[in-house]
Design a protein around this ligand. Structure first.
Ligand code: THU
Length: 154
């Protein structure tokens, strides 16, 4: 699997495709009346379960929660804290996003915590809506020198 370059849907493994499809469907549950930027995320737990979520905006804009963090919080409430991968995809008011939607800094930080406690790096798959521009990366590449549980050793 090539990393760091754009891939297409057909280049992906079956589970990567399934995760992206799940994220794309989850974008339809987004509550984003302000930005009209509808993001879906799909987490793959270490035991193979897919947990999806979307972004939830608020009239107090800063209270908005991204799709990725919503997915982590949802998974936690369901008893899952260990993940192999996450897929992220967004739709826009015009329909589709031309460019892949990468996770924001706050989401990278939360993904990093998950990867630290599961003691394995997490694959991060992000794409444009048509899935003809797909990036396969991982949290260690997206957040180098991250601050995690180990950083709190006194
Ligand atoms: N958003 C996400 O859900 N995930 C990201 O990683 C980037 C941004 C959402 C937040 C807000 O509802 C909308 O996209 C526009 O920023």
């Amino acid at each position: 699997m090539k990393r760091g370059t754009y891939l297409r849907y057909a280049d992906l493994t079956k589970i990567q495709r399934k995760l992206l499809d799940s994220a794309k469907d989850a974008a339809d549950t987004s509550y984003a009346p302000y930005s009209k930027f509808y993001v879906g995320a799909a987490l793959l737990t270490s035991n193979g379960k897919i947990i999806t979520a979307s972004n939830v905006e608020n009239s107090a804009y800063g209270s908005t929660l991204c799709a990725e963090r919503s997915a982590i919080v949802r998974a936690n409430a369901m008893g899952y804290r260990s993940f192999k991968a996450i897929a992220i995809i967004a739709k826009s008011a015009k329909g589709g996003t031309k460019e892949p939607t990468a996770p924001c800094g706050a989401c990278r930080q939360m993904l990093y915590e998950s990867s630290c406690i599961s003691k394995s790096s997490m694959e991060v798959i992000f794409s444009n809506t048509r899935m003809d521009k797909v990036v396969i990366s991982d949290i260690d590449a997206l957040l180098p020198f991250g601050f995690g549980p180990e950083s709190l050793t006194k």
